[in-house]
Design a protein around this ligand. Sequence first.
Ligand SMILES: Cc1cc2nc3c(=O)[nH]c(=O)nc-3n(C[C@H](O)[C@H](O)[C@H](O)COP(=O)(O)O)c2cc1C
Length: 235
Amino acid sequence: MAADHGTDRYRPSPVGELLRERPPMARGLPEFDPDLAPAEPGPLFVDWLVEAIEAGVLDPHVMTLSTVDADGVPDARALVLRDVDAAEGGWVFATEADSPKGRQLALSPMAALSVYWPPQGRQVRIRGSVEAAPPAVSADEFRGRSPGARVAALVGRQSEPLGSLAAYDRAADEAQLLLEADPELVAAGHTVYTLRAQEVEFWQGDPGRRHVRLRYTRTGEGVGRTAWTSTLLWP
Ligand SMILES: Cc1cc2nc3c(=O)[nH]c(=O)nc-3n(C[C@H](O)[C@H](O)[C@H](O)COP(=O)(O)O)c2cc1C
């Protein structure tokens, strides 16, 4: 037990002790000078993403998408970032519209995306509204995917209870045959979404805990330098 309510003392469990021995970001990290940051968050995100890729971060384009369900309860899961519209402040991902997250987005089209790149000690948090692409655009994106990814999406039923792994294999075999018969086949419900950022926060960790946080807020509809304002945040 981590919290011992009987004595009001905090006693880490063996796991808690294990974690205590691992202070995060205890290493050399890049400096982030907010005075040199661009006027818009998109280009800065792309710079940090490219630096993560060049530093060899595994899956640097995997982000956490947070949504809320019909009861207002938060939900979150990893997914792959497909693109960034740096000029418009748009972050693009794809999923099945009939999955829990797709249904949550249909009910409440607001979401957050977040990512942490450990070698640089950098976090980015993005909040905003989410819009689905027209079906023809989602279909076009789908046809550009690898056959394996298309088969997996054609199986569908994401997050429904699965009776056995063998049942999945049978469904995947069927989907494979369907795709071979019609290579243009598109999974029903496959949807490309764009999170249009309202707020983007860049967090540069510091081993001495003088973390630097810069939050951009969209102030207007226009594209360009006037569309965003930025402020430092207390760490
Ligand atoms: C590294 C990684 C990448 C993922 N990429 C995607 C993705 O791009 N799209 C997607 O629908 N699910 C992706 N998933 C699976 C989701 O995390 C999640 O399990 C699934 O989408 C069902 O989520 P839901 O029940 O909230 O709808 C990924 C999972 C991991 C761990």
